[in-house]
Design a protein around this ligand. Structure first.
Ligand SMILES: *Cc1c(COP(=O)(O)O)cnc(C)c1O
Length: 464
């Protein structure tokens, strides 16, 4: 399988080079040259597979011989052997029309582990095979950082430096990152916002000689390996319900920020999975809801919400969908992204909007509605939703029609966002692994939010 850029001006690359490239060198995003199409027979044959077996089959389609099957199997087993649930991503029935796909059974209790456990092992594999140094540099609003650190801590040939905004992540997120005491991990707690952290990282990566000199690699959600790993659980959930006798297409409702998770669902659908509605749930930062409803993609005013991992104004994976919306026309995508950079907005014509609305349904959840949904489900069913999952469930309640079955993706364990759960007046018990974090010493360096201060820390760490 070869990978090409959504902007069409790089030579096709193989899977491993696509992982290492991260963002395509022409500024676009990497996508598979063809999307593999699965026959009904193949889908039927996959129906009884375990999560790990299914992951191996899906990855094989996209990695095709670049990693021998037995080594790929080991990567899959190592990545999903760390999950606390033997099913990896179990599906819980809430009622006849709603099921919750629990994606938070990995080491850091958020769905990012599904992709980053795999990507961490993949980086380690590439480092061993190519004898190359891998220095990961990333910014986080909380979940990605913890998950990326957990994916590579203690691994030979790899070091990781993660920037987070000082005192602007949840307590549990901060502890998960900073209580790690491996020598290959550096946490920079930056005076400023997540957007400042992200901008600084972007600017450091843009300095190509700096990037090469220090072997810098990305970990953010535009990495194609993350998308592929997330495709697996759409299949898993579908087959699980099919085995229970649910017939026909199933809706998926996805709490969305950077458009990575829901794009994985779109890819699964394009591969042939019978997906009904793909429900795009946002919080009050609703650029994607407005896009699906009005055909205008334009960042709005930033809002702080109870679901901070979805507090995003520009969705970094959106360009991948644009590419398919425009029939794989890279020149059209280049033009649109160029205009977006100039004018700060994208407006699509009516026929394209019709296609968007055939692909997605969207709903933006207000802050009070997010908390109210947590309260209602807890009272009615005893099931505690985290505030991100709550957005997905609220959107499913709004948009799923009678007779439809919907799987709402649960992207985090509620213990990660206790600040919000307490506002609903619910007292939760923390899992032992999270409780234990509060007694551990923290390791982090607090720095000014300037390129110079961060670059100095990065150089010191990677030269040591
Ligand atoms: C990252 C994250 C999201 C958003 O996922 P995207 O792939 O960026 O759309 C939703 N919920 C939680 C808990 C997250 O950590």
């Amino acid at each position: 399988m070869e990978y090409i850029s959504t902007r069409g001006t790089i030579a096709p690359v193989g899977f491993i080079d696509a992982i290492l490239m991260g963002l395509a060198d022409d500024g676009g995003l990497l996508v598979p040259k063809q999307i593999p199409a699965l026959s009904a027979e193949r889908l039927k044959a996959w129906e009884s597979l375990s999560y790990r077996e299914l992951a191996l089959e899906v990855f094989s389609l996209y990695i095709e011989g670049e990693i021998p099957r037995d080594e790929l199997k080991k990567l899959v087993d190592d990545s999903y052997g760390t999950f606390r649930d033997p099913e990896v991503t179990p599906v819980r029935r809430i009622n006849d029309r709603l099921h919750v796909l629990e994606l938070f059974h990995g080491p850091t209790f958020a769905f990012k582990d599904v992709a980053l456990q795999f990507l961490g092992n993949l980086y380690s594999y590439i480092s061993r095979k190519n004898n190359s140094i891998i220095h990961i540099l990333g910014a986080t609003s909380g979940d990605t950082g913890a998950s990326a650190i957990e994916g590579v801590r203690g691994k030979e040939g790899i070091r990781i430096c993660i920037l987070h905004p000082h005192q602007k992540v949840s307590k549990v997120q901060e502890l998960q990152m900073t209580t790690v005491n491996d020598a290959n991990v550096l946490n920079l707690s930056v005076h400023g916002t997540f957007d400042d952290c992200q901008r600084i990282i972007k600017e450091l990566f843009a300095d190509v000689s700096f990037k090469h000199k220090y072997h810098l690699r990305a970990i953010n959600s535009i990495n194609i390996a993350r998308i592929l790993a997330q495709t697996v659980y759409y299949f898993y959930a579908y087959f699980k319900l099919a085995r229970q006798g649910v017939q026909g297409a199933i809706n998926f409702s996805v709490p969305t920020g950077n458009f990575g998770d829901i794009f994985a669902g779109y890819l699964a659908k394009r591969m042939g999975l019978p997906v009904g509605k793909l429900i795009l749930a946002t919080n009050e930062n609703n650029i994607l809801e407005r896009f699906v409803k009005e055909g205008v993609y334009e960042p709005g005013e930033f809002r702080g919400t109870y679901s901070p991992s979805m507090d995003i104004q520009v969705a970094s994976n959106f360009e991948r969908y644009l590419y398919y919306l425009y029939g794989a026309d890279a020149a059209a995508v280049s033009g649109i992204m160029g205009d977006f950079k100039k004018n700060g907005r994208i407006v699509i014509p009516a026929d394209k909007l019709k296609q968007v609305q055939a692909d997605f349904d969207a709903y933006g959840v207000q802050n009070d509605e997010c908390l109210a949904t947590i309260g209602t489900y807890y009272d009615d069913t005893g099931y505690l939703l985290d505030p991100h999952t709550s957005c997905g469930v609220a959107a499913a309640d709004k948009l799923a029609e009678a007779g439809e079955v919907t799987v709402a993706l649960s992207t985090a364990h509620p213990a990660k966002f206790n600040e919000s759960i307490q506002l609903v007046g619910i007292d939760q018990t923390f899992p032992a692994q999270i409780e234990a974090l509060f007694d551990k010493p923290q390791h982090q360096t607090i720095v000014e939010g300037t390129n110079e201060a961060i670059a100095a820390q990065v150089v010191k760490f990677y030269e040591a």
